[in-house]
Ligand binder design. Sequence first.
Ligand code: TXA
Ligand code: MG
Length: 342
Amino acid sequence: MPADARGGESSATSNDPLIAEAVARLAAGELVAFPTETVYGLGADADNPAAVARIFARKGRPLDHPVIVHVAGADALSHWALEIPPAAHLLVQAFWPGPLTLILRRAPGVSDSVTGGQDTVGVRCPAHPLAQALLRACEQAGIHGLAAPSANRFGHVSPTTALHVRAEFGDDLLILDGGPAEVGIESTIIDLSGPEPRILRPGMITESQLVAVLGRALCNHSAPSQPRVSGSLAAHYAPRTPLEIVPPAGLTARLTDLLARKKRVVVLSRASAPEPQDAELLWLRMPSLPEDYARALYARLREADAAERDCVLVEALPTASGWEALQDRLGRAAVGSGRTGD
Ligand code: TXA
Ligand code: MG
């Protein structure tokens, strides 16, 4: 069995030997990395606390951070959630399978290792065919859900390809390869455990889409006892190279200044590279639509890091609708960048 298991999205079924191998490992309490449409996940049987503990150890993640449980479909919700409020039914109908995580009051018996000791649980049904095949096969084997954070070391950029996961964790991890992630940034998280629905993490399913389905505005302020969301830490999703966000109108001046000071620079911009190009400059052209930008962003940040330059300049994003989640991720990448070790 090669450690990089090339599943091939379209051919994946629960009879696939790779899926069978993955399920056998998960049933034995081991970890398996798998693709989702957002980012790759590092999965374990969510009902096995020892297996979930392995995720935290492998990621270097603080133990009190909750993880999302991935399920094959809405039928599995009752195993994890104490109650399924009407808002959850509406959102499941509209967005599952897909990049939306629901925070619900947890059912009795859901492990503290999954919830971080909170009385809520995060549940998501991913749309990626290989994730679906894996989760269905798990269900048949009596595994009700996979706890899976993004398959990266704590604080690093999330992986959108199997190679990224390999770069984070080395050779001994079974990685199901489902190709590059379609969405490219992590799911939208909505908290339905309180009196009013509240977005905990923006994603490519936007607030206005959620409002349209729920027929009501969302609560915009943080509750006093806001649950811990590691993706909400200011410094997160961060490259190792210092990253600076620059308004489009100021990009040329900032770049000229850095190059004049012999700095080696990577630029991520939606515009094309200036001619002639300076040898100290690596210009990575970014897409102009938010969906395409999201698909490209994390791979580009890894590319920028791999180039080992002095800094990454990112052209500020439009404030228009559709860009909110990307604003959020880039802002966190800028705060957390340039550090080593986590
Ligand atoms: O798209 C995604 O959501 C990806 C893929 C793999 O599904 N997963 C992901 O997991 O981004 P992770 O662990 O990197 O981020 C999950 C976020 C964390 O910020 C965690 O704190 C939050 O979900 N979370 C999980 N359960 C929660 C809960 N009960 N209450 C509040 N936040 C929760
Ligand atoms: Mg993560």
